[in-house]
Design a protein around this ligand. Structure first.
Ligand SMILES: *Cc1c(COP(=O)(O)O)cnc(C)c1O
Length: 465
């Protein structure tokens, strides 16, 4: 399997190289050159598989010759053994044809564990074989940082540096990062805001010479192809449980950077009968505006009750655009260059293709709280604010009555106690057992000034030999 850039000018890579490469050298994102497909018969035969067996079936064609079958199987078994629920991604029912796929049973209580638990292990595996070590650098306003740290904590060949804005992430989210112990884990509390942190990461990736020559800098945000790949699996898992391939299924996905829902798009291209993919956004609604009128434009960031979806530009949308524009890298390069100058519009053909599979809805904070309260009242089921946005969009979606709608529950409500309070459920979410003592654990982080050279000097000093 080869991976190509959405902007058409970077070299094609194999899986191992794609794993170690973030953004392509032409500024594009890597996507598979062609997708594997599964026949109805093959999808039918997935029915009896457990999660890691299914993951092996779906992921094998993407990895190709890069990892021997038995090793990949072992990696996947270990990855999903970390999850606290035997089903890994259990489903519960909220209404006649309404389902919730719980993706928060991993170590950090958000769906990002599905990808980052695997990514850490895959990286360590290929690095061990190549006798190489790398440095991971990332900025986080919440869920990504803790999931990346948990995913890499046992990796011998990785030093991980996660920047977060000092005093500006929630207590639960900070504790989930700073209480993980390991000499290769480095939490940097930067005296600035999230944008400052992200700008430092971006600059460091553009000019990597502050690190020793033998250390590559690796990205763990959702531009990394392996993260998208891992997320395809649970679309198959849920749909097969609900009767695919005999019956098609719709998915409602709380969306920020378009990574999670893009995996659903790939599942449909691979043969899974998906009736509809519902893009559920908070009031940072760049994707809802695109779907409504084809125009793609930046608007100021608004802080919402669903902070993990507070974004102004959806980086993975470029991967979909590449297909909508007949995989013409030159068109995408031109569109993105225009977007650097201001708002852009997409062609009618492109939007018609998108509308055949996708619809969208924007849900504000008041509606989010109302949905959390309604679901609590009707089912005594507590939604986190991100998942509530998905559920609201699922209930409002116009899909045929015979089609089950599955909302991806992307986080556990205990990660967002403030939102639960705002929704007035008359109860408080409690942390699962393995995190009950989270607030008693010692924290380890370094407070650094909002200054790139200080951050880079700290990193250089702390890269393990
Ligand atoms: C990251 C995140 C999202 C958004 O996922 P994307 O892949 O960026 O669309 C939604 N909900 C939660 C809880 C998240 O952590």
């Amino acid at each position: 399997m080869k991976y190509i850039s959405t902007r058409g000018q970077a070299p094609a890579l194999n899986f191992e190289e794609a794993l170690l490469t973030g953004l392509a050298s032409d500024g594009g994102l890597y996507v598979p050159e062609s997708l594997p497909t599964f026949s109805a018969e093959e999808i039918g035969s997935m029915a009896g598989l457990n999660y890691s067996q299914l993951a092996h079936k779906i992921i094998t064609p993407f990895v190709g010759e890069c990892i021997p079958e038995d090793d990949l199987k072992a990696i996947l078994r270990e990855t999903y053994a970390e999850f606290r629920h035997d089903a890994v991604a259990p489903m519960i029912q909220l209404g006649h044809n309404q389902w919730v796929l719980e993706l928060f049973h991993g170590p950090t209580l958000a769906f990002k564990d599905f990808a980052l638990q695997l990514l850490g292990r895959l990286l360590d595996y290929v690095l061990e074989r190549k006798h190489q070590k790398v440095v991971i650098m990332g900025a986080t306003s919440g869920d990504t940082g803790s999931a990346a740290i948990e995913g890499c904590k046992r990796c011998k060949n990785i030093d991980i540096f996660i920047l977060h804005p000092h005093d500006r992430v929630s207590d639960v989210q900070r504790k989930q990062m700073t209480t993980v112990v390991g000499s290769n884990i480095h939490n940097l509390a930067v005296q600035g805001n999230f944008d400052d942190c992200q700008a430092m990461v971006k600059t460091s990736f553009n000019k990597r010479d502050f690190l020793p020559k033998d250390r590559r800098l690796v990205a763990v945000n959702s531009i990394n192809w392996a993260r998208i790949m891992a997320q395809i699996v649970y679309y198959f898992y849920a749909a097969v449980a609900l009767g695919a391939p005999g019956r098609s299924v719709a998915f409602s996905v709380p969306t920020g950077n378009f990574g999670d829902i893009f995996a659903g798009y790939l599942a449909s291209q691979m043969g899974l009968p998906i009736e509809r993919l519902i893009i559920a956004t908070n009031r940072n609604d760049v994707l809802h505006r695109v779907m409504s009128n084809g125009s793609y434009g930046r608007q100021p960031l608004e802080h919402s009750l669903s902070p993990s979806m507070d974004i102004t530009v959806s980086s993975n949308f470029e991967r979909l655009l590449f297909d909508l524009y007949e995989r013409d890298g030159a068109s995408i390069a031109q569109l993105m260059a225009d977007f650097d100058q201001g708002d852009i519009s997409f062609s009618q053909q492109a939007m018609a293709k998108a509308s055949a599979l996708f619809s969208s809805q924007c849900v504000n904070d008041a509606e989010t709280c109302a949905q959390m309260a309604a679901t609590w009242k009707d089912c005594e089921y507590m939604l986190d604010p991100h998942s509530a946005i998905g559920v609201k969009a699922a209930f409002d979606a116009k899909v045929p009555a015979s089609v089950p709608v599955v909302t991806l529950a992307t986080a556990h409500p205990a990660k967002f106690p403030g939102a639960v309070k705002a929704a007035k459920l008359d109860t408080e979410p409690s942390l699962p057992h393995h995190l009950r003592d989270l607030f008693d654990r010692p924290e380890r982080f370094e407070v650094l000034p909002n200054d790139l050279s200080a951050v880079q000097a700290f990193m250089l000093k702390n890269v393990n030999a």
